[in-house]
Write a protein that binds this ligand. Structure first.
Ligand code: GLN
Length: 483
């Protein structure tokens, strides 16, 4: 049962072969058995989950169900969900019970999906390895010595370990694609503005975007149909007609032009990863695609540009955590300023403090032009690189990360090494484009490798079609870790 896709679960629920309560119980039992070792969930609440499942069963019986009514899912602990602790992986919000729900959560609940729990993540979504969580690191289900990738490592590990069929996640600089790649599951980061940020704890607002992690591209399409859509409460939400993201899944790839950026296959790319990506390209060629070389010359600059812009936005977004309105407040303090200082010193972890310091510095008078403004100009150059590349091809293919999952602790003492592992994902966020990670193989040591597919603006349906056709021809996405 835990191998079933969303489509299969939907059919089984509709045919009354299984009830939502039965499904939820099965997953909750599996979480209870496996989560202590994996640490993929921060919060599980059996009673709440079973109540939602019972309501879904009633709706199914009444005959007014959505295709995903009764299907269990998990939410990254960054999406506010009324009545649930929404910690964002931080001590700062360890006592925060959300008084309202994010747009994404509202839409999943309106469809009748059942929340199994809230997944672990790097604190405030800052990280590439999930080692920055106040609740401890998440383990990679394929290898307990390996990181699951960050920051949505809990969501990716939960799907890989079959603790949930699907989970929400967010991607500011790679946090959907990278953990999906390291855990051997499928993840999609939509075009900026396609999914509302309302109720999603803000990290870097001009880059943050929610999306799904699931077993297959088809499941991602079904999930995006629920998650996406205009929301006037997010000023950057795009007012576009609703679309069916599954509409192009079965199109042939004959004549499709896939662009291979020269800069993505250069020095620094691990040999196992390069081989898996090459094999995936060969597979797509068999399906009728044609490969063309493209160039994204400013790729290297994505790291300095991102690690100026994201901390700058984070430093202002995180100023709201001051101990006054919600979250942690220091116990002993002399006056207001002392309360702010102690609260923030206690509530935030090291990486978050590092980002606030960098962000405040690059925005300060005298440095703004040299760092922040310069980074914004690079951001435009990066977007222009993609614009030129998409004149030659329909989708861009490449690796998700330079290596497969590294070991826990391997890079946690060296922030710059950690930042370098984001080289292939950051540009997509800086440009606002949609991107996916699709399972494409394993290293010699048995760790999963993802293929990245980058689409043009609003070309999610096309990108999903490429991913789906690839998954029809390969079985990487069906492999599950032995647990
Ligand atoms: N690794 C990047 C960072 O730490 C991206 C994280 C994300 O996408 N949320 O900022």
């Amino acid at each position: 049962m835990t191998e079933a896709t969303l489509k299969q679960l939907s059919q089984q629920l509709a045919a009354k072969q299984v009830s939502s309560v039965e499904l939820a119980t099965q997953y909750l039992d599996r979480i209870e058995a496996l989560n202590p070792a994996l640490n993929a969930f921060i919060t599980v609440d059996r009673e709440k989950t079973l109540a939602a499942a019972a309501a879904a069963d009633a709706r199914l019986a009444a005959g007014n169900a959505h295709p995903l009514t009764g299907v269990p899912m998990a939410h990254k602990d960054i999406f506010c969900q009324q009545g649930w602790k929404t910690s964002c992986g931080s001590r700062m919000l360890d006592n925060f019970i959300a008084p309202y729900s994010a747009h994404v959560v509202e839409q999943c609940e309106a469809a009748g999906m059942v929340t199994l729990g809230r997944t672990n993540m790097d604190e405030f979504a800052m990280g590439s390895s999930n080692e920055n969580s106040f609740y401890g690191a998440v383990k990679n289900p394929w290898d307990a010595a390996a990181i699951p990738g960050g920051s949505s490592g809990g969501s990716a590990a939960a799907v890989a370990a079959r603790l949930t069929p699907v989970a929400t996640a967010t991607d500011t600089g790679g946090s959907i694609r990278q953990p999906a790649s390291h855990c051997g599951v499928t993840g999609l980061k939509p075009t900026y503005g396609a999914v509302s940020r309302y109720g999603m704890v803000a990290y870097a607002s001009s880059l943050d975007q929610g999306g799904p992690i699931a077993k297959t591209a088809e499941d991602c399409a079904l999930m995006l149909n629920v998650m996406a859509g205009f929301d006037e409460r997010d000023s950057t939400s795009l007012e576009r007609p609703r679309e069916d993201y599954a509409r192009e899944l079965n199109q042939s790839l004959s004549g499709l032009k896939v662009g291979l950026p020269r800069e993505y296959f250069a020095a620094g790319l691990d040999a196992d990863v390069a081989r898996a990506v090459d094999n995936a390209v060969a597979e797509l060629k068999k399906l009728g695609a044609e490969a063309v070389e493209v160039s994204l010359p400013n790729t290297e600059l994505s790291i300095p540009a991102y690690y100026v812009i994201a901390p700058a936005e984070a430093s202002t977004n995180l100023s709201r955590f001051d101990g006054v309105r919600y979250g942690h407040r220091a116990k002993d303090y002399k006056d207001l300023v002392d309360m702010y200082e102690k609260t923030r010193a206690e509530g935030f972890g090291d990486e978050v403090k590092r980002r606030i310091l960098v962000g405040s510095y690059v925005l300060s008078h005298g440095y703004y032009d040299a760092y922040y403004l310069k980074a914004q100009k690079i951001r435009r150059l990066i977007a222009n690189d993609f614009k030129a590349a998409f004149e030659q091809c329909d989708v861009i293919l490449g690796p998700v990360a330079p290596t497969a999952a590294f070991n826990l602790g391997e890079k946690s003492g060296d922030p710059v090494q950690m930042y370098l592992s984001d080289i292939y994902t950051l540009s997509v966020n800086l440009a606002g484009l949609p991107g996916m990670s699709v399972p494409a193989g394993f290293t010699a040591g048995g760790r999963p490798i993802g293929l990245q597919i980058i689409g043009n603006y609003f070309a999610e349906a096309r990108m999903l079609n490429v991913a789906h056709q690839f998954q029809q021809a390969t079985d990487w996405h069906t492999r599950a870790p032995a647990l």
